[in-house]
Ligand binder design. Structure first.
Ligand code: WQD
Length: 338
């Protein structure tokens, strides 16, 4: 079965391509290389021994999207990652985010709607919950007004898919709401490749430990949590990647399965920034240089998943611990620099 992975050379996309290939799917990747490097294709190939078909294409170009699907009529499933994801940038340039994240989604769905049968997995985010009122966060928690255009594109994206599924008997879709993906493949041939100064905690930690950054700024030590730092649910990217394959199989195998559904993909365990730092110091056997600074605008206090729905309906569960995920991120950082 042939599956298109858009953004398949990105951090999460590349790990999903590996899992798909290892499960016997034929994979075609589209990526515009705006936030990654073509060398990721070699990394994937080195792991799976099978080079996925790759096409450099910008999904904002509707004519090219239509032509791609005409040339690849046997694609029956799409896992859609290609999107912009920097919260701060989205505040400064909202239209870029609405164009990149929503126009492209519409073009792909238009093509899938033409098919007799199609499966679609959407890369969504726990950001749709904002600051949820109760922890852990279940899928019943209300979607709250987005705090950034980026977050809004994920909310609107889910709504678009749901609306299309309502009217289309041939399209089945699942949105996966990721918590905080970290880590790298255990072959260390693929991992996270942040361009410029990392915005996310774990690549910032590994770059600081590597001496690339002078110190880590811990954003906020006065949150109403046990140690005063904010709490997130950090999930190993390989666990997250496997959730996509499981969700895709669910759509393929269950004739009566969901037409549209959404799942939290996290570990179910919340960790504070200081807990992440401590765990990192343990696995890397070195002290991390960090300073407490002001809170970062737009950050929520805590967000961790109730994973019961994914456990029960998808039969998926995360396996890796925070320490294992941090250790893999650290090994990847070291390997990348040497
Ligand atoms: C985690 C914690 C920071 C950097 C973001 C997006 C979200 C998502 C995943 C998409 C927070 C703290 C961070 C640093 C710090 N989706 N921190 N110093 O903000 O939970 O989620 O990435 O791509 O939509 O908002 O992740 O890794 O940025 O932060 O203290 O230098 O680490 O304040 O508490 P976040 P993050």
């Amino acid at each position: 079965m042939k599956i298109l992975v858009t953004g398949g050379l990105g951090f999460i996309g590349s790990h999903v391509v590996v899992e798909l290939q290892q499960e016997g799917f034929e994979v075609v990747i589209i990526d515009n290389l705006s936030n990654t490097d073509i060398s990721v294709l070699d990394g994937i190939t080195a792991i799976t021994d099978k080079k996925p078909v790759f096409e450099k294409l910008d999904l904002r170009d509707k004519v090219s999207v239509v032509s791609f699907f005409e040339r690849n009529a046997d694609i029956t499933g799409v896992i859609h990652f290609a999107a912009s994801k920097a919260v701060g940038e989205s505040v400064k340039n909202p239209l870029l985010y609405y164009e990149n994240n929503l126009n492209t989604l519409v073009y792909i769905l238009q093509e899938l709607q033409k098919k007799d049968s199609a499966k679609f997995i959407f890369s969504s985010s726990c950001t749709v919950y904002g600051q949820a009122h109760t922890m852990p966060i279940t899928e019943n928690a209300p979607v709250q007004k987005a705090m950034s255009p980026y977050g809004n594109t994920k909310q609107i994206g889910e709504e678009i898919i749901q609306d299309v599924c309502r009217t289309s008997s041939s399209l089945k879709a699942i949105a996966l709401r990721y918590f905080n993906p970290i880590g790298a493949h255990d072959s260390f041939k693929i991992g996270e490749l942040p361009l410029g100064v990392p915005q996310n905690l774990v690549p910032y930690i590994t770059q600081t430990a590597m001496g690339i950054r002078e110190h880590l700024s811990v954003f906020g030590g006065d949150y109403p949590t046990l140690d005063g730092t904010a709490i997130r649910d950090y999930i190993h990217v390989v666990d997250l990647a496997k959730a996509h394959v499981t969700a895709l199989k669910k759509l393929i195998n269950e004739a009566q399965g969901p037409i549209y559904d959404y799942f939290n993909i996290g570990t179910g365990k919340g960790s504070s920034v200081l807990e992440v730092i401590n765990a990192f110091e343990k696995v890397s056997r070195q002290k991390l240089n960090y300073k407490m600074v002001e809170r970062r605008a737009g950050d929520v206090v805590e967000a961790y998943a109730d994973t019961a729905k994914a456990n029960e309906f998808l039969g998926w569960k995360s396996i890796f611990t925070l320490e294992e995920a941090l250790e893999s991120a650290w090994k990847w950082e070291q390997k990348m620099r040497n």
